[in-house]
Structures are given as structure tokens and as C-alpha cells.
Design a binder for this molecule. Structure first.
Ligand code: FAD
Length: 149
């Protein structure tokens, strides 16, 4: 297994572990008496912070060859020396509308038209898996259709 695959597996395992722990402590917090609840809430808050502060090592993920380590993090910018910040990006969560469902149901109309097909996470809910699903739909469609010469 490559370093990258091992790293991705490790990150996934870590996120899964945090998610499982958060779920476990959420159940305990819901069941706890008021006095114990404050302690449990504090622990939950700590776990959520860990999850939200995940740091991605881009040298491994993008096979970068550099003596410098490049990292991406979603939060906790107060822990980073401002002199070392290369760029900041502001993201907005997509807003899902009713019209989206209608548009998504017409994906087939944009596959193999003028030798061009569209795929991307926007054909689903915007997650990695949605991108893969839409790409597979394109592949399947191309495999079953006769391609232009
Ligand atoms: C900070 C962050 C964290 C995320 N975390 C998760 C997560 O934990 N789990 C999860 O499932 N999803 C996560 N997502 C969402 C996930 O990353 C995206 O849904 C996924 O990357 C989208 O893949 P895509 O191929 O559809 O689009 P993109 O990855 O955006 O790829 C589109 C590509 O097209 C290129 N491009 C754009 N316009 C043009 C043009 N005119 N000509 C040529 N090229 C162009 C862009 O440069 C880009 O490389 C996260 C997203 C962000 C921003």
C-alpha cells in the first residue's frame, strides 16, 4: 500500500473513530442527569473540536515533492502562524432548491452530447460519493451506447 493510501485510510479511520465516539457520548449525554450532563457536554465539545480541526497533509495526498510540509485545515486558524498561511478560501454550503431535483433528473441529456459528458458532485448532494456516482453513470452510459466514430 502506498504512503498516500495508508494516510487516507488513517484519516478515514480517525474520522470514523471520532464520529463513533461522538455518537456514543451523545447517547450518554441524553441519558445523564443534569449534574453529569455538564461534564459530558464538555467532553462532546472537545471531540467535535478535534473532528473539525482535522488537518490534511497535502504532500501525501497530492504526491508533492517538497522539503516543506503543505497542510490544509478547515478550522482552528488561530493555531497557525499567519506568516505561514499561503491562501485562505471561503466556502459556502450549496443551497438545495426544489428545482435542483428536476434538473438532476435530466442528467442523461448531458451525457455524450457533442462528445461531451458532464459529471460532478453537484449531480447529487455534493459529497465525494456523488461525484463518483455521476461519473459511473457517464461511464455506464458510454459503454452501452454506440460512440460516434
Ligand atoms: C473544504 C471542503 C471539505 C470537504 N469535505 C468533504 C468530505 O469530508 N466528504 C465529502 O464527501 N465531501 C467533502 N467535500 C465536498 C467534495 O470535496 C466535493 O463534493 C468534491 O470534491 C466535488 O468533486 P467534483 O469533481 O464534482 O468537483 P471539483 O472537485 O470541484 O472539481 C472540479 C474541477 O474542475 C475545475 N474547473 C472548474 N472550472 C473549470 C473550467 N472552466 N475549465 C477547466 N477546469 C475547470 C476545477 O479547478 C476543479 O479541479 C468537501 C469540500 C470542501 C470544499
Amino acid at each position: 500500500m502506498s504512503n498516500r493510501e495508508e494516510y487516507v485510510e488513517k484519516m478515514k479511520a480517525q474520522l470514523d473513530q471520532w464520529n463513533a465516539e461522538i455518537a456514543k457520548w451523545e447517547v450518554r449525554a441524553a441519558e445523564a442527569q443534569a449534574t453529569a450532563r455538564a461534564d459530558l457536554d464538555k467532553r462532546l465539545e472537545m471531540l467535535r473540536e478535534h473532528r473539525e480541526q482535522a488537518m490534511y497533509q497535502m504532500n501525501l495526498l497530492q504526491h508533492l515533492r517538497s522539503k516543506h510540509n503543505f497542510n490544509i485545515t478547515l478550522n482552528s486558524d488561530e493555531r497557525i502562524d499567519p506568516a505561514k498561511v499561503l491562501r485562505r478560501f471561503e466556502y459556502h454550503h450549496p443551497i438545495f432548491t426544489v428545482r435542483r431535483t428536476a434538473a438532476q433528473s435530466r442528467h442523461h441529456e448531458l451525457i455524450n452530447v457533442n462528445r461531451t459528458s458532464f459529471c460532478g458532485a453537484y449531480w447529487g448532494n455534493g459529497f465525494h460519493e456523488d461525484g463518483v456516482v455521476s461519473a459511473l453513470r457517464v461511464c455506464e452510459s458510454l459503454m452501452t451506447k454506440e460512440l460516434p466514430a
